[in-house]
Every structure is written in C-alpha cells, then in structure tokens.
Design a protein around this ligand. Structure first.
Ligand code: NAD
Length: 288
C-alpha cells in the first residue's frame, strides 16, 4: 500500500522528542524520509530541560526501524546558518525537501524568569519558525507544504500573558500570535507558487513541556510545590472535552493531513486541535 506522503522528504525541527519526534515518526510511517534537527541543549531562561543528543539519536533509530531514511543534525532554530547547513546536508543525502514542520519551541513560564525570557521565547517560537521556513524556501517547489506549530495560547485573549507566567509567558503568547499571522500572510504570498502554508494550534499536549515544574506551578497556583499528580487534576480545566491533554499523535495526524495531498487546496488554515479549548474563550484577534 502506498503511504500518504510516500517518496517525500520532511524537514522537522524540535524532532528529538515530544511532538516533533511524533510528527517525524508519523510522516515516516506514511513513507517520508526525514531531516530531523534539534538544539539538544538547554536555554537558560527556560526552567525545564530541553532535549539531548541521545533523544535525537533515539528519534533516528525509531525512523530507521520503519525502514525510512533519516538525517539528524544538532541545530538551533535561532541560528539561520545552522538550519541552512543542516538542510544542505539533508538534501545532499535524501535528494529533496517537500514538507517543512516548524515545530521547535520553548515555554519559559514563571514570575522568576528574567526579562530575557520574553525575548528568548520570541527568538525560538517565532523567529525560529521564520528562520526554518527561510532556510527551506529556496528548495521548495509546487506541491510543497509548510506546517508551523502555534498554540491555543496565541489565539486566546491574553493567552499565557499573565503576571504569574512572567516575561516568558508574555513572549510565548506574543510569538504564537505572530506564528498565526505569519502563516496567514505567507500563505497568500506562496499560493501562486502552489506551496501551501498552514498552522496547527494544540491545546495541552502530553510532552515534557507540559509535564514540567513551571507548568505545574501555573496550573496549581494554590499549592506551594505542586507535583505532577496535583497538576493532572487541573489540566482538564483547559478543555471543554473531558481530558487533561491530547497525545502528540493527535497533533501529528493533523500535521500529516496538512503535509499530504489530501489537503492539496488547504492553505492559510489555523487548524486547532484543542478539544474545544477555544470555544470556551474569547480570542486574541490573531487570524483564527
Ligand atoms: N505541550 C503543549 O502543551 C503544547 C501546547 C501548545 C503548543 N505547543 C507547541 O508544540 C511545539 C512542540 O513542543 P512539545 O510539546 O513537543 O515540547 P518539548 O519540550 O517536548 O519539545 C520541544 C522540542 O524543541 C526543541 N527545541 C527547543 N528550542 C529549540 C531551538 N532553539 N532549536 C531547536 N530545537 C529546539 C527541544 O529541545 C525539544 O526537543 C512547540 O512549538 C510548543 O510551543 C506545545
């Protein structure tokens, strides 16, 4: 049986773990080869650990177990030259790039985060997306698909911009609103070239970003040092559907649809995978 993205090559950022790994695997299951990049280092203002080189190697192992090819590179989405080099290596080995998944992100929440956290969130979550697309664009041709990861935090009024969330929370919402706007406006520019640009906007997803102490503190402001168990009780408050979070594969299935020809005339879409989270909130004014 032919896969839904058979013979394509996908460039995935933040691919060492979480949603990025899940996107890479889901696309590989459907026949794509993968160029997988991740920072594999921590960022000081982000008070939970990011991925490691071992995580990225594990993503590669899982892709190869599916009989697909993979090129991995340690690259920081804040550094355009690193992305350009990673893509050049990937294309040299895999021949092309057809799908871009700009997924890498941080969420530096906390009132104790310095002002630099505002800028770091924007550098990674917005400029990093723009850098990823910029590196790939010269290699894309008609039929290509770009998928950028936003968040319901960018579409809700206020989002993560509260005093308790600190500068990093404000930067996160700012960046994700920017992603929504960027996708909307870029889609119009690339439509005449038959290159599509869409956003996925997840609600809570069960990854290390959500399962982190800064996030537990935000979800349980009533407790001194909340645990995962304490936070689990509060996670459902985000979604009208009776769940605490979606699974990474729920976002990957949306990414796969947007990457495949099944969505060949879908562009500029802000695809919410949010178990109804935005239905219960006022919106930020970003394209939705
Ligand atoms: N988990 C959630 O609840 C949630 C909700 C909405 C949106 N999102 C978004 O989903 C995306 C994926 O996050 P996740 O949930 O998989 O979290 P995660 O922390 O498990 O994964 C993020 C990955 O991005 C990598 N990364 C971070 N900064 C980078 C940089 N500068 N350059 C390259 N790689 C970098 C990390 O090392 C990590 O592997 C992010 O854009 C995030 O903002 C997450």
């Amino acid at each position: 049986m032919t896969g839904r993205v058979e013979g394509r090559v996908a460039f995935v950022t933040g691919a060492a773990r979480g949603q990025g790994r899940s996107h890479a695997l889901r696309l590989a299951q459907e026949g794509a080869d993968i160029i997988a990049v991740d920072i594999c280092e921590d960022i000081e203002t982000n008070h939970y650990p990011l991925s490691t080189e071992a995580d990225l190697a594990e993503t590669a192992r899982l892709i190869e177990a599916l009989d697909r090819r993979v090129v991995t590179r340690k690259a920081d989405v804040r550094e355009p030259a690193q992305l350009v080099a990673a893509l050049a290596d990937g294309i040299a080995e895999l021949g092309r790039v057809d799908i871009v998944v700009a997924n890498a992100g941080i969420c530096p929440l906390g009132a104790d985060v310095p002002a630099q956290g505002f800028l770091d969130a924007i550098q990674v979550d917005l400029i990093g997306v723009i850098n990823t697309v910029s590196a790939a664009l010269p290699h894309l041709s008609a039929g290509a698909s770009i998928v950028c990861t936003g968040s319901v935090a960018g579409l809700m009024a206020g989002g993560t911009s509260t005093p308790a969330n600190g500068p990093g929370g404000a930067g996160y919402s700012h960046a994700k609103r920017g992603v929504a706007r960027f996708v909307h406006d870029l889609a119009l520019q690339l439509a005449p070239h038959s290159i599509r640009v869409n956003a996925v906007h997840p609600t809570n997803v069960d990854t290390d970003m959500l399962q982190s102490q800064p996030m537990y503190n935000i979800f349980r402001p009533d407790l001194e040092n909340p645990t995962r168990e304490d936070a689990e009780l509060a996670f459902p408050s985000m979604q009208p559907m009776p769940i605490g979070y979606v699974e990474p594969v729920d976002i990957s299935n949306a990414v796969l649809f947007l990457a495949s020809d099944e969505s060949r005339y879908v562009t500029g879409l802000q695809l919410k995978v949010d178990a109804g989270a935005l239905l219960a909130s006022t919106t930020s004014g970003a394209p939705a």
